[in-house]
Design a protein around this ligand. Structure first.
Ligand SMILES: Cc1ncc(COP(=O)(O)O)c(C=O)c1O
Length: 445
């Protein structure tokens, strides 16, 4: 399938970004030349996946595609029970509702926007227990997604294990720049949590990318396949939420996986309220088939070499041009350090938001903010969270763009960098109550 790209004029882009309130989420996709907003649901499906769509069994209950998906999840991830959901946050809602009681504390390796919101809506409070290096864009630690076990122990002492229903572990950590967790850290975490009878729930959205980094960087794993590493990661956990829109190469889909039968039954009951029957959970049969096939493709070593190879290529091109980016380069995109890029702006001038808007206006390339806007406000005090990382994410869809698009992107970012003093800050003129980064509107200061 070939998609035609539209070239726009500077005047058209100036108007488009103004009309979008300087928020790249509010642009029309037809006004975008190279779309690096997200890797979520934007990948190109394979011939096998497209063929799978034709095999959709659209029965209301007991679709054969559900049983195929269940068998694939058991084989590749090893979880006992699955409940399909329309996408990752549907699974986060179910998990939070069946696991969290009011006043609980949920530790995690850095927050993710939708995950934290569902924890809060269920009455819980997220606490960050990632290692400090994750908050430093220049630290070259190879596993910046690792959990700081000391921080976790302090938290257990402070609140008691009975107030911690589970720890949420993300592979790879999106908000830290796509940074992986090491196998050694997962093993140590399993030992510590077992002692306190605390469960580990994985946000396995980009697990195959995490496995690839373990294969490439962690001692003793170089000869292991991505597939076997994925299976091993899951073996240290009790369940998972999954957005099929990333690793699994589909445009829509997700699931909740659990090993505990009682919790599974509770969640199966709840899913009929929010998503649909427990054998389709908001998906068509054909969507489940495409996701099952995508999971199998996602753990192929050659696929992962090509996928992350392209991300590394763009990262190297930007580094060579002197652009400040998060290092080491992560799995699903390049994260530009907006604080360094625009040192003349305060964090309350929304530098990453301003930079994403500028990149669109200059070159028609759509990126997204991962800084103070994404971090939102503390629900108790109403104050902005002030994350250490103020980043613009250039996210690479899988199997979509060529190396030439990466070259154009690197040149465009460099052009904005050369004229960086001209980039003005923004003020927020409309702020929605939830996940404000999606719909907030801005004006130049
Ligand atoms: C790390 C992580 N967790 C959860 C989600 C939520 O998944 P979805 O967008 O499918 O609801 C995302 C999606 O962006 C993600 O990147």
């Amino acid at each position: 399938m070939v998609e035609l790209l539209k070239m726009t004029t500077p005047a058209q882009r100036k108007k488009a970004i103004k009309d979008a309130g300087y928020n790249t989420f509010l642009l029309r996709s037809e006004d975008v030349y190279i779309d690096l907003l997200t890797d979520s649901g934007t990948s190109a499906m394979s011939d096998a996946q497209w063929s799978g769509l034709m095999l959709g069994d659209e029965a209301y209950a007991g679709s054969k595609n559900f049983y195929h998906l269940e068998a694939v999840v058991r084989k590749y991830y090893g979880y006992k029970y699955i409940i399909p959901t329309h996408q990752g946050r549907g699974a986060e809602n179910l998990l939070s509702q069946v696991m969290i009681r009011k006043g609980d504390v949920i530790p995690g390796n850095m927050y993710f926007t939708t995950t934290r919101l569902h924890q809060e809506l269920a009455g819980g409070r997220f606490v960050d227990v990632i290692i400090d290096e994750a908050h430093d864009p220049e630290s070259l630690h190879p596993f910046k997604g690792d959990i700081d076990l000391n921080k976790l122990e302090v938290l257990i002492k402070k609140h008691g294990a009975e107030r911690i229903p589970y720890i949420c572990v993300a592979t790879t950590v999106n908000m830290a720049g796509g940074q992986p967790v090491s196998m050694a850290n997962l093993k140590a975490l399993r030992a510590l949590t077992a002692k306190h009878e605390i469960k580990i729930m994985l946000d396995m959205t980009r697990i195959a990318e995490n496995a690839w980094f373990i294969q490439q960087r962690e001692k003793g794993y170089a000869r292991r396949s991505v597939a076997s590493l994925v299976r091993e990661i899951c073996s240290y956990t009790d369940g998972a939420t999954f957005s099929g829109k990333k690793d699994a190469l589909v445009n829509i889909g997700g699931f909740l996986a659990l090993n505990d039968k009682d919790k599974f039954e509770e969640a199966s009951n709840l899913v009929v309220v929010y998503e649909g029957l427990h054998t389709y959970g908001g998906l068509a049969g054909r969507d489940m088939e495409a996701m099952a096939i995508g999971i199998i493709e996602s753990v192929r070593d050659d696929h992962m070499d090509a996928r992350i190879g392209q991300v590394l290529y763009l990262g190297d091109e930007l580094s060579e041009r002197g652009i400040p980016i998060v290092k080491p380069i992560g799995g699903h995109g390049i994260f530009v350090d907006a604080k360094k890029f625009l040192p003349h702006l305060k964090q309350t001038d929304f530098p990453a938001q301003a930079l994403a808007a500028e990149l669109y206006e200059d070159a028609g390339i759509r990126a997204m903010e991962r800084g103070i806007v994404s971090a939102g406000r503390n629900s108790k005090t109403g104050d902005h969270y002030f994350p250490k990382l103020e980043l613009v994410r250039l996210t690479i869809p899988r199997r979509v763009y060529t190396q030439a698009h990466m070259d154009v992107t690197a040149e465009a970012v460099k052009a904005v960098y050369d004229a960086r003093e001209q980039t003005q800050g923004l003020q927020m003129v409309y702020e929605p109550a939830y996940l404000r980064f999606f719909q907030a509107r801005f004006e130049p200061l």
